[in-house]
Design a protein around this ligand. Sequence first.
Ligand SMILES: [Zn+2]
Length: 347
Amino acid sequence: MIYPWQTDDWQRLQQLRSHWPHALLLHGQAGIGKLQFAQHLAKGLLCESPQANGEPCGACAACHWFEQGNHPDYRIVVPEALAGEIGPAGEDDAKAEKADKGEGEEGKKGRAPSKEIRIEQVRALLDFTSVGSHRGGLRVVVLYPAEALNVAAANALLKTLEEPPAGVVFLVVSARIDRLLPTIISRCRQWPMGTPAPEAATAWLAQQGVDDAPALLAESGGAPLAALALASDANRTLRDWTLAQLAAGPSCDAFACGETLQKLPVPLVLGWLQRWVYDLLAERTAGRPRYFPQAGAGLARCAAKLDAAALARYMKTVTRQRAVENHPLNARLVFEELFLGYRELFA
Ligand SMILES: [Zn+2]
């Protein structure tokens, strides 16, 4: 299934069907459904009696295997950390790989699952692409997200893209095309995917039973799947608490922030902070927040008291911190320091 806002992309892509590129780079904002689109595209390419518009039939052996996650001519490559979320195919791959390396459940306890696509995964892919098709049709590889390829893995993949095996189609998915090797980008046919119009996204969210769709959508930069994830986010209470602290301006309790938020992932909290500061800047320049319109009153109150240059400097501090957010950090200290810095803006 593709999302309603993707039908135009789907139809335009079908025009490539007679001379399908060996590597397609689907890129666009996170949370707009690029991965699901790529998976559906893969299913359509593997289907043995597709409809005229390229839709998989859903009834043939290939479709059945695809749904079960065991089509022999299909691979999905994701970082280990994502394998559980992706569905049967990704999960099996990661499990098989762990078994290969003699890491069963015990191995899993020892270290956090990797957030990178590692060279072993790309090498396993090369084995897959070097044998022929099981069903006599295409072989399809979905790679997600391409920005997770570490340097060694990216270089290994590049070799394959430079000399593409016949009958193999790569569907490369990325939300951060700026982080890909230019040589990888240039080996792919680029396919930018747009963020849906707010009306389409809001209507879809309403169908999913989300009641405050406009606010969530604004916070997610217009990305509907990200908004849906927020709607069911157990951390929303803490997020609202944090926004209230930020809205308190000079009364923001930096130590309470450190204490209360220390168990949360650093990138999550920095994301809130960064969007809040962005909104303060937007409030000052355009009089209109982008991410937290529901906190408009607090934003306006704070923005009126702030010095624009100091705020811009503070934004840089937050951005710098985001650059190292995946390193092991003492979350409590990081938060305390940032929230203290925020309070000082009002001094
Ligand atoms: Zn089919």
